[in-house]
Design a protein around this ligand. Structure first.
Ligand code: RNT
Ligand code: ZN
Length: 420
């Protein structure tokens, strides 16, 4: 290992030239919670006592050995991944990760079915986020919250209500706000004749869920839109316009937009949307993912878009207003590596964004010095943030560079390989 302290001192000197306080950047990057999705660990299978695969237009591909087969294994894997993830963490659980001795349907889930998750969170002093699971269920094939069949729609409304109550339970048990993400796969393979009917039903369903649970405390609700899903290519009920309209019109502080980086046309980017959304909203929920050609949910990369998103949050001064969550599921690689790589990249992008002279650049822009503005932006792309990142990882005791890889290999051999 190289001299980390020396690297940190050099970086500090480099950044000091531009008036950037490295320690302050580390402090902010460290205390910003990132919510790690539990569903990377078992390819979005869930823990319900039922047969049936994933549906709803999302897909995991790959068959890497060693996926978690029950709650204990899943939490053990999460705990292992946590050894390599610096900074304030939350765990994001889907309703389908309920645990009971007998089958309990989605409209009947109770807080107690998540007590093992609550114990895990409390033991590790982390927060818990939550998601209704409006997919991978026999009643989700012809729409959920937008279903024309009133009995089906009622079932899913009841599920949404239960989920908000569980969110409040998480808040009370952990003392940390629970961010709930609402995503429905509802859509159509062909363009329907009636495009508004399903949307009016979805709107009414959300209204009913929020009205029935209006006294719930400590919960934020993200409404997630999408452009299309597999098998539902032509029409999405919860489109961007629908979700944005719903959030803005609801005029309730707890109802916010979820922006998933894989949910837009390939030339659209979430980084370019944040400034507009924040003109109307106090908070945003981010699903950080990586779309490759479609909403493929590849592991988050330290790529231009992830960095641009974090740059925007820093420049807009919205780091502490944004709920950052990851949402990817790669079944083709070691799932703990997937978590470690994706989570580390997300926080690394945040740290890199914080190591920029934002105030100076804003002043250049205000003064009309557009050449200098570009020069500054370009210069900082190659600034020595990796030295700061390494130092921070060492200080957090989460493994410097690729140190974590050996540990994961060992875990794969000793634990994952035995899961046959
Ligand atoms: C699907 C959405 C949604 C899911 C998770 C499992 O396209 O992104 O957020 O990935 O709820
Ligand atoms: Zn998502």
């Amino acid at each position: 290992m190289y001299d980390l302290q020396k690297g940190y001192e050099v970086a500090k000197e480099f950044y000091a030239q531009y008036g950037i306080d490295v320690d302050k950047a580390i402090e902010i990057a460290d205390k910003t919670p990132i919510s790690m999705h539990c569903w990377q660990g078992d390819d979005v299978n869930g823990l319900e006592l039922k047969e049936g695969g994933l549906s709803g237009g999302i897909q995991t591909t790959g068959n890497y050995m060693g996926k978690a087969r029950n709650g204990e294994e899943l939490r053990a894997d999460i705990k292992k991944a946590m050894e390599f993830i610096p900074g304030e963490l939350k765990v994001n659980v889907h309703a389908s990760y309920m645990e009971a001795d007998t089958f309990v349907d989605r409209d009947a889930i109770e807080p107690k079915h998540f007590d093992k998750w609550v114990d895990f969170a409390v033991e590790n002093n982390i927060g818990l986020d939550f998601n209704p699971t409006y997919f991978a269920h026999p009643l989700s094939d012809n729409g959920t919250l937008s279903a024309a069949d009133e009995k089906v729609r009622k079932f899913w409304i009841q599920h949404g209500i239960k989920c908000r109550e569980i969110g409040e339970y998480f808040y009370k048990k952990t003392g940390k706000v629970c961010v709930i993400n609402h995503w429905t796969p509802d859509g159509d393979k062909e363009f329907p004749v009636d495009t508004i009917g399903p949307r009016l039903r979805l709107k009414d369903s959300y209204d009913q869920i929020f009205e029935a649970t209006k006294n719930v405390e400590g919960v934020m609700d993200g409404i997630e839109s999408k452009v299309f899903g597999i098998g539902l290519e032509s029409y999405t009920v919860g489109s961007h316009e629908f979700c944005m309209g719903y959030v803005m019109k609801s005029n309730k502080d707890h109802i916010i937009m979820t922006l998933d980086t894989g949910h837009y046309h390939p030339t659209e980017v979430v980084s370019a949307k944040l400034g507009a959304v924040y003109a109307f909203s106090d908070n945003v929920l981010l699903h950080v993912s990586r779309p490759v050609r479609w909403d493929s949910d590849h592991v988050v990369s330290f790529d231009d878009e992830t960095r641009a998103i974090m740059d925007e949050l820093v420049r807009l001064d919205k780091v502490d207003k944004t709920y950052i969550a990851t949402d990817f599921f790669d079944a083709a690689i070691n799932r703990i590596s997937a978590w470690a790589i994706g989570m580390r990249n997300t926080r690394k992008a945040l740290l890199a964004a914080l190591l920029q002279p934002v105030e100076q650049m804003k002043k250049l822009e205000a003064d009309g010095d557009v050449s200098a503005r570009l020069a500054f932006k370009e210069e900082f792309k190659a600034a020595p943030f990796a030295l700061v990142w390494d130092y921070y990882c060492a200080k957090s005791n989460k493994g410097v560079g690729l140190e974590w890889l050996e540990e994961v290999r060992k875990y794969e051999k000793e634990v994952l390989a035995k899961r046959v």
